[in-house]
Design a protein around this ligand. Structure first.
Ligand SMILES: [Fe+2]
Ligand SMILES: [Fe+2]
Length: 277
């Protein structure tokens, strides 16, 4: 019996957000209640086209317009971009369940809870868009977010290293600055939503950190060395600073890792700079 994985796959491929959220809720309930089989006997298929609505139109990140937060238009653009990240985060969490078999039961429970919380984040932001006379899908959105899921689909350790610890952890770095700007323009409703998201994202990154270290331990590997190797392999573009060190420490990064991350980020930034003259 591998109903858990079948449901996770169904939720992952589902295009309607409401239906996806219902499936996530049922998955959470079953994972809490049942002594489920963690091996699953169905083949795991690569998922390059996960379920999402027909809009927003996906474009390269350079074509996603940014506007000043002083205008409603600017805030709508920002909230739309964050809602898109949250929608993708639901799929990331579902894929972490569906793809990687044979992990401890708590791993599946943790990622089902993350999927649920991401779906709540998405709902809060899409409701906020409606209050501002817009909706999710009204603007073009970043089309490259799923690429890291595809690049890391071969191994749970690689996925844990690069999705929660690089992509989700980036949210911890940038969200406080966005909250400050929104506070300055008096958008308290959006501030409250982003404060909640920030609190819960610390826990998502912690879950990623815990499972990354657990797999390293099982394989007799040193987490710091593995992480560095994986960043060289997949993370040159994704790793960005400056880092929110208190939040990252709270989310389970070590002081030693943060020192290493800062050095690597600088190294990658210098490599990516265009050669002039
Ligand atoms: Fe989130
Ligand atoms: Fe998250």
């Amino acid at each position: 019996m591998d109903e858990i994985f079948a449901t996770a796959r169904q939720a992952l491929l589902c295009c309607s957000f409401q239906h996806k959220q219902m499936l996530v809720e049922s998955l959470c309930a079953r994972l809490q209640a049942e002594d489920f089989d963690v091996t699953g006997d169905s083949p795991v298929i690569p998922v390059s086209n996960v379920g999402r609505p027909s809009i927003p139109v996906l474009v390269p990140p350079t074509e996603v317009r940014r506007r000043r937060l002083g205008s409603v238009e600017g805030r709508v653009a920002l909230i739309h971009a964050v809602a898109h990240i949250e929608f993708n985060a639901v799929n990331f969490a579902l894929d972490a369940i569906y793809r990687f078999r044979g992990m401890p039961r708590q791993y599946y429970r943790d990622w089902a809870r993350v999927a649920y919380e991401e779906s709540v984040h998405f709902t809060l932001l899409s409701d906020r868009l409606r209050q501002l006379s817009s909706f999710y899908g009204a603007l073009p959105a970043h089309g490259g977010m799923w690429a890291m899921a595809v690049a890391t689909d071969y191994d749970v350790m690689t996925r844990m290293a690069l999705v929660p610890r690089v992509l989700e952890a980036r949210g911890l770095d940038v969200t406080p600055g966005i909250i400050d700007k929104l506070e300055m323009v008096g958008d308290h409703e959006t501030v409250l939503i982003l404060q909640r998201i920030l609190r819960e994202e610390v826990d998502h990154v912690r879950i990623g950190n815990d499972w990354f270290r657990w797999v390293c331990e099982q394989r007799g590997l040193a987490p710091l060395i593995v992480f560095k190797e994986l960043l060289y392999k997949h993370g040159r573009i994704a790793l960005r600073g400056p880092f929110n060190e208190p939040a990252r420490l709270q989310a389970g990064f070590t002081e030693e890792e943060l020192v290493e991350l800062k050095a690597l980020e600088q190294e990658f930034r210098e490599q990516l700079q265009p050669v002039t003259g």
